[in-house]
Write a protein of this length. Structure first.
Length: 131
């Protein structure tokens, strides 16, 4: 099921979202001081390209600087990226097939606003236990 959702996501919004994150990452890499933001942008571009089957968890190694970084990120790129997620989510929710994809877009809005201090990891697979 995750593969089917990822393929639909890739076609309808994943490519555009990943390009938006990658563009933000390139801009942040050009400005030398904001390279950590560029790394976060490229990490989120990968997640925005293929999100189903992965989840976001808090990074225990993140310190207080991630809060300050998230404030700066939100002002520089986060609001625009969150707006793109909202617009894509609304557009996808117009169709019945797009509703799960629209909901996934809405779930990514907080991540677009505050990407520092979190990691993207694969969801654990739950296999049935046969006795």
């Amino acid at each position: 099921m995750n593969t089917l959702l990822n393929v639909l996501w890739f076609i309808f919004s994943g490519v555009w979202l990943a390009l938006a994150y990658a563009l933000a990452g390139v801009v942040f890499f050009v400005l030398i001081v904001t390279i950590p933001f560029g790394i976060a942008a490229f990490r989120l571009a990968g997640y925005a390209l293929w999100p189903f089957g992965r989840t976001v968890v808090n990074d225990s190694r993140a310190g207080g600087w991630s809060v300050l970084g998230n404030i700066i990120w939100c002002l520089l790129a986060g609001l625009w990226l969150a707006l793109i997620h909202v617009v894509c989510g609304i557009a996808l929710c117009v169709t019945v097939i797009g509703i799960p994809l629209g909901i996934a877009n809405f779930k990514m809005v907080p991540l677009a606003l505050t990407p520092l201090g979190v990691r993207v990891v694969d969801e654990p697979r739950h296999y049935p236990v046969y006795r």
